[in-house]
Every structure is written in C-alpha cells, then in structure tokens.
Design a protein around this ligand. Structure first.
Ligand code: C2E
Ligand code: CA
Ligand code: CA
Length: 435
C-alpha cells in the first residue's frame, strides 16, 4: 500500500521511499472511480508484476493471481478481463484465442470443442471454459454410478406394472377389453339331417379366447354381455368371423346354412338385420344361408319381435326359436310369431328313454313342433337311442355330441366335406322349404 503527495510516492507499507517514483499510467477506471493499472513493476520491492488500484492519494498493489484464486473443477479454466476486453489473469491456462473472442461477444454456449460461460460485474468480465471431452468423461463416470440405481428403479417399475396387470379387473372391465381387442372366435356345431346323416349346417357358438390362449365358455360371459349391452359388438364379431371362416364353403355349397344366436336387444331393435345386410354384401353368401336363433328372452316386447322376425324372413333368413319348451309361454309364441324352425331344448332330449314324468312332456313338445313349423331341430343329442326316437317321431334335424361337438372352423369344413362324401349333399329343398 502506498501514499502519494505532489504526484510522488512518499511512503509504502514497506517503509519510506527514496527517489522519485511517480503514479503508474491508468489502464482503466472502475465504475466507482478507482484508477486501475493492470500490470506494473513495483519499484519499491522489485517483485513480480502487480495490479495497482489508485484512490485519491493512496494506492494498493494486488497480485493478479489473487483475482482468479478460486476453487474450480479439474479441467475447467477461468479468465478475468476488463470491461474493455483486456485479459487481467487466467487460471488453468485457457485457450487465449477462445477467451479473446468470448470477451468481445459475451454469453454462454458451446464451441466445437468447449463449453463456456461469461459473467460480468464491477466493470470486469469472468469467463469459464471447459473442454467437452472432459464433461463427457465425467458424464460417463456419473453414468457408471447412476446405472445400478437406474436398473434398480426400472426393475421396480416393471414389477409394479406386472403387479398392476395381474391385479384382477372387474369382469365387466375384462369383457370390455376383450371386445375392444376382438378376442372372440366362433366354433361351429354341425346340424345333421336325422334321416340321412347329411350335414345341413352348423350353429355358430362364440368363444372368448383369452390372450393366454384359454377358451372361455359363452355361458360364463353371455349373461354379463347381455346385461351390459356388450353382446351387440360381440354378435357383430361373430358375424364377421362366420364370413371370414366360411365364405367360400358357403358359396360352394348352397344347401349349407349357419345359425347365429341373436340377443334380446337386437331382436327388439332389428339392428342386426342391417348389420347382416351390410356384411353379407359382396360375399356371395345368400341370406337364405344365414339362420337366426332367438330365445324367448328376446320376445318380451312381442310386437317389436314380430316386426324384426318378419323383416328377417322377408330378406330370406330362416328364423328358429331356441331352447323351445323351457319358457312359460312357448305356445303363445308359436301362434303369434313368424317362425321357420323350433329347436327343442336339450333338457327334453335328455329324458328320452327314461321313464320320467317329463318324457311325456317331451313327446308333446315334439308333436307340437311337428305340427307348427316346417322344421324341428333337436338339441343335445348324445345317444343313438335318442336319435332313433327323434327320427321315428318326425324330428328333422339333430345337433349334439352324437354327431359332433362344436368345432373350430377348419375342423368343421373338414367334417362337412367328409359327411358330404359319405352321404352326399343335402337337397336344395331343405333351403327352399323354409320360404
Ligand atoms: P345354445 O344356443 O342352446 O347352444 C347350444 C349349447 O349346447 C352349446 O353350448 C353347445 O356346445 C351345447 N351342446 C351341444 N350339443 C351338446 C351335447 O350333446 N351335450 C351337451 N352336454 N351339450 C351340448 P355352448 O357353446 O357352451 O353355448 C352355450 C350357450 O351360449 C348357447 O346355448 C347360447 O345360449 C349362448 N351362445 C353361444 N354363442 C352365442 C352367440 O354367438 N350369441 C349369443 N347371443 N349367445 C351365444
Ligand atoms: Ca342357440
Ligand atoms: Ca339352445
């Protein structure tokens, strides 16, 4: 520290001065009025170049290295410069060319090789630079540290997702997802003419194929589907599957029909007829080859049911009453609804050959079906005795395990081909008689 009087250095913290030492030239003035000499040779001590700060009659010499004497990361460099861009000092030997260009256009960012940032205050500029390669290396070490943590977190998330997906959804939610994912397929149970053994058609029976490949029986999901309205898109998927599976088989053999089960809502609204019309267009399949099965549940609104069934027959479909005999008012329907066939419920067929009270009901039901409708179909035929009895009592067709269980499409096509070779094709009259 020094004191000046009359333009000459009188004394310093090293002691009194001898000789005439004048104030050094001013390189710049700070905003608060201090004259700064960036580099001067101390005349008194004769030591390393120092920075001189003058205020009034006093000056202070500061070692320039002090100004950049801060703790910084390995590999980082800093530089201090005046507001005019003159470099005061540096630490860790930065690229001077880069520093010069940065002090003339301060900011922060990246060059091809370095990252940089410039800060200013008190008339000074501070520039920090670091080679990118250095940062990449430290990132790599951080990655090495973070990797195990990341793996652990990822494993945790995967475990939670598996746990959530295994958690059982409500049955309705599961069914909704199944509808959305088109998880329904159709099996075909052959319907044969009892007299000849000829396969005249099949009933389309829906199955829910779960993503794990297991098949769910319709008894387990049709009630919920009917209740929730999901049965409509399911029926649509059944129709789509029938066309996809059997289009060419149905076009090749005009005597063959497929029976589709209708839900109550569709019988009431008739919506299904337009769906069928649209889907059958351009397939070459005749409407006569699609039979429709309706249970008594669908006849609650009998006027609406009559309209739909009449329209269905007008378009060429045959209409069968399903599970016949199990409802309370079957007789009433026989008189009031336009029908082509009766499907006698399996529970009656089961009594054949057994000496039970219901077996007499069975013979009445059979008689009734014969009188009332062009066709009768016995459901759930399991034994030769049952088939013989039904034949003797004039029932036309049978469906049941005696002939075949419900088959995947390919197996049904093969079954149909086999029986055709063995017994011949059905006469077209089977279709024609329905009209
Ligand atoms: P359903 O319409 O009365 O169909 C006949 C059911 O009896 C079928 O069961 C069939 O596999 C079974 N069955 C046939 N022959 C025999 C036999 O000899 N012995 C025995 N024990 N059973 C036999 P599945 O396929 O389980 O269908 C059950 C019910 O699910 C159907 O009864 C029908 O009400 C409903 N369903 C099936 N597919 C559809 C569909 O596409 N739409 C609608 N709305 N309902 C369907
Ligand atoms: Ca049926
Ligand atoms: Ca049935």
């Amino acid at each position: 520290m020094g004191y000046f009087a009359d333009g000459l250095l009188k004394c310093t913290s090293w002691g009194r001065t001898a000789g005439k030492i004048t104030k050094s030239g001013v390189d710049y003035v700070t905003p608060d009025g201090i004259d700064v000499t960036i580099r001067m040779q101390p005349a008194v001590s004769g030591g390393k170049p120092m920075m001189a700060l003058h205020s009034g009659s006093y000056n202070v010499l500061v070692a320039p290295s002090r100004l950049v004497d801060v703790l910084i990361d390995d590999g980082m460099s800093i530089a201090l410069a005046t507001g005019q861009g003159e470099i005061i000092n540096t630490l860790n030997a930065p690229d001077i060319g880069l520093i010069r260009s940065l002090v003339s256009a301060p900011g922060k960012g990246m060059t091809d090789s370095d990252l940089f940032a410039v800060a200013h205050g008190g008339g000074l500029l501070a520039v920090a630079t670091e080679p990118k390669s250095k940062i990449a290396a430290s990132l790599r070490t951080e990655q090495m540290l973070l990797l195990p943590v990341g793996v652990f977190i990822a494993a945790f998330i995967v475990a939670v997702v598996i746990w959530l997906s295994k958690k059982r959804l409500s049955p309705l939610a599961e069914l909704e997802i199944a509808v959305r994912n088109h998880e329904f397929i159709v099996h075909y149970q052959p319907i044969v003419e009892l007299k000849t053994g000829i396969c005249v058609g099949a009933e389309a029976l829906v199955r829910w194929r779960r993503p794990d490949g297991s098949l769910v029986s319709p008894d387990l999901f049709i009630p919920l589907a009917e209740q929730s309205g999901l049965i409509k898109p399911i029926t649509d998927q059944v129709i789509k599957a029938v066309i996809l599976d059997l289009n060419s088989t149905l076009v090749e053999d005009r005597t063959l029909h497929i029976a589709i089960n209708l839900c109550a809502a569709d019988i009431k609204s008739g919506r299904i007829l337009d769906v069928l019309e649209e889907r059958l267009a351009n397939t070459g399949i005749r409407t006569e080859q699609i039979w429709l099965e309706a249970t008594e549940r669908g006849f609650l609104d009998i006027d609406a049911a009559r309209v739909t069934l009449a329209k269905a027959r007008e378009r060429g479909h045959s209409v069968a009453i399903d599970d016949f005999g199990t409802g309370y008012s079957s007789l009433q329907y026989l008189q009031r609804l336009p029908l082509d066939a009766l499907k006698i419920d399996k529970s009656f067929i089961d009594t054949i050959g057994r000496d039970t009270a219901t077996s007499s009901v069975t013979s009445h039901i059979i008689d009734m079906s014969e009188i009332a409708q062009p066709f009768s179909v016995a459901e759930g035929v399991e034994t030769e005795d049952q088939a013989d009895y039904l034949k003797a009592h004039g029932v036309d067709f049978g469906q049941g395990w005696l002939f075949s269980k419900a088959l995947p499409a390919d197996d049904f096509v093969a079954y149909h081909r086999r029986t055709k070779e063995k017994y011949g094709a059905a006469p077209e009259v089977i279709q024609a008689a329905a009209e």
